[in-house]
Design a protein around this ligand. Structure first.
Ligand SMILES: *Cc1c(COP(=O)(O)O)cnc(C)c1O
Length: 365
C-alpha cells in the first residue's frame, strides 16, 4: 500500500527528537505561547527572511488575520483563485469581503497578473495569490499590478513553505502571508497550526493582538480578536521539522522529477515548472483524459491518489448561486482532468517506479 503522504515513516525517523521534546513540554507544563512558540517564530522568520512570524491556530486563521491586518473589510473585493482549497475564500468571506475568482494558467494552475488586472474594479482592495501545489506564482508582474492599482498583497502560502523565487521565499512578497501546518503540508505539525509572516511592524503588532483576544496586556482588550494561538507541542514539532525543511522539499523534488521522467512520453500533462521559482511539490498533479481508468488501476494496486480539487470554488454549493454568471474555462477543465499522485520526502524511487509502471500500463506503454 502506498499512501498520499506517509507521516508514520517520517515520525519513525524523527521519533527520538520529538519524543524528547514532548517530554520536555509535558515536564514544564507550559502549553500555550511558551518558549517553543517564541523560538519557532524567530527561527521561521529567519528562514522566511521576514521581520515577523507569528504562530496561530491554523492556516485558515492565518489568512483571516492577514486580511484583517491589511484592513480588508465589508464590501471590499479580493481577487483570488477558484482552483484552491475552500479556506482561501473563507478567509476573505470572514472579513465581509467578496472573493473575485479569476482563471488560472493551464500549465502552472496559478493565477496571473493579466487575469488579475482584468478583474480590478473600484472596490478591489487586495489580491490573494495561492502558490498552488508548491509552485510560486509569477510574483514580479503580480507585484507590479498591485503597485500600479494600489492593492494590498496577501499570499496564501499554505502549500508553499520553502518555495522561493530568486532566493526570496514565498510569504515575503506582500504585506502579509498565511502558512498552514496541517499535518499533510510540506511543513506539518501533529494537529492544527498556522503562521502569519510580515515585514510590517504595525501589521505584526495588530496580528499579535488579534490572535490573543485583541489584547496587548492580559485582561485588557482593545479590539475584538480571536483565540488563535499556536500551542507548545506543535511549535516543538515544527522546530524539529523546520531544521530539515530543505531536505524534505528536496526529497519531494527528487520524487517529482523521477515521476515526470518516467511518465514523459504518455498522453498526459505532467507538472510544469515555469523556471521562475523553485517548486516544492506539495502535490504532484497530472492532467489526464483517462482519469477514471488511471484511478482504478492505482486503486487496484493499493496505491492512493486524489483529486485536488474536484469542484472549483465558484461551483461549490456555498458559492454557486452568487457566482452563477461566472465562467472560468481553464479552471473548470483542469478540475475535470486533474489527478494527484502520492508525494512525500520519504517516497522511494522504487515506489515511484511502481506507480509510474501502473500508470504506463493503462496506456499500454
Ligand atoms: C490547507 C490550506 C489552507 C488552510 O489551512 P488550514 O491549516 O487547514 O486551516 C488554506 N489554503 C490552502 C491553499 C490550503 O491548501
Amino acid at each position: 500500500m502506498i499512501p498520499m503522504v506517509d507521516l508514520k515513516t517520517q515520525y519513525a525517523q524523527l521519533k527520538d527528537e520529538i519524543d524528547a521534546g514532548m517530554k520536555e513540554v509535558l515536564d514544564t507544563c507550559a502549553f500555550v505561547l511558551g518558549p517553543n512558540v517564541q523560538a519557532f517564530e524567530k527561527e521561521a522568520a529567519a528562514y522566511l527572511g521576514v521581520k515577523h512570524a507569528i504562530g496561530c491556530a491554523s492556516g485558515t486563521d492565518a489568512l483571516h488575520l492577514a486580511l484583517r491586518a491589511a484592513g480588508i473589510t465589508e464590501g471590499d473585493e479580493v481577487i483570488t483563485s477558484a482552483f484552491t482549497f475552500i479556506a482561501t475564500a473563507e478567509a476573505i468571506a470572514y472579513v465581509g469581503a467578496k472573493p473575485v475568482f479569476v482563471d488560472i494558467d493551464p500549465r502552472t494552475f496559478n493565477i496571473t497578473a493579466e487575469a488579475i488586472e482584468a478583474a480590478i474594479t473600484p472596490r478591489t482592495k487586495a489580491v490573494m495569490p495561492v502558490h498552488l501545489f508548491g509552485q510560486p506564482c509569477d510574483m514580479g508582474p503580480i507585484l507590479a499590478v498591485c503597485a500600479k492599482h494600489g492593492l494590498k498583497l496577501v499570499e496564501d502560502c499554505a502549500q508553499s513553505f520553502g518555495a522561493s523565487i530568486g532566493g526570496q521565499q514565498t510569504g515575503s512578497f506582500g504585506l502579509a502571508a498565511g502558512f498552514s501546518f496541517f499535518p499533510s503540508k510540506n511543513l506539518g505539525c501533529y494537529g492544527d497550526g498556522g503562521l502569519v509572516a510580515t515585514d510590517d511592524d504595525e501589521a505584526a503588532a495588530f496580528m499579535l493582538q488579534l490572535r490573543n483576544h485583541g489584547s496587548k496586556v492580559r485582561y485588557y482588550h482593545d479590539v475584538i480578536g480571536y483565540n488563535s494561538r499556536l500551542d507548545e507541542i506543535q511549535a516543538m514539532i515544527l522546530r524539529v521539522k523546520l531544521k530539515r525543511i530543505e531536505q524534505f522539499n528536496q526529497g519531494r523534488r527528487r520524487a517529482a522529477h523521477l515521476y515526470s521522467r518516467l511518465l514523459a512520453d504518455l498522453p498526459l500533462q505532467t507538472p510544469f515548472e515555469d523556471g521562475i521559482g523553485v517548486h516544492v511539490y506539495h502535490q504532484y498533479t497530472l492532467l489526464c483524459d483517462k482519469r477514471d481508468e488511471v484511478m482504478k488501476a492505482l486503486q487496484d494496486k493499493q496505491i492512493a491518489c486524489a483529486i485536488y480539487y474536484p469542484v472549483p470554488l465558484h461551483q461549490q454549493n456555498v458559492f454557486k448561486e452568487a457566482y452563477a454568471g461566472v465562467s472560468l474555462p481553464v479552471t473548470e477543465d483542469v478540475a475535470r482532468r486533474c489527478l494527484s499522485l502520492p508525494i512525500y520526502p520519504e517516497l522511494s524511487d522504487e515506489q515511484v517506479q511502481e506507480i509510474a509502471a501502473t500508470i504506463r500500463a493503462v496506456f499500454g506503454a
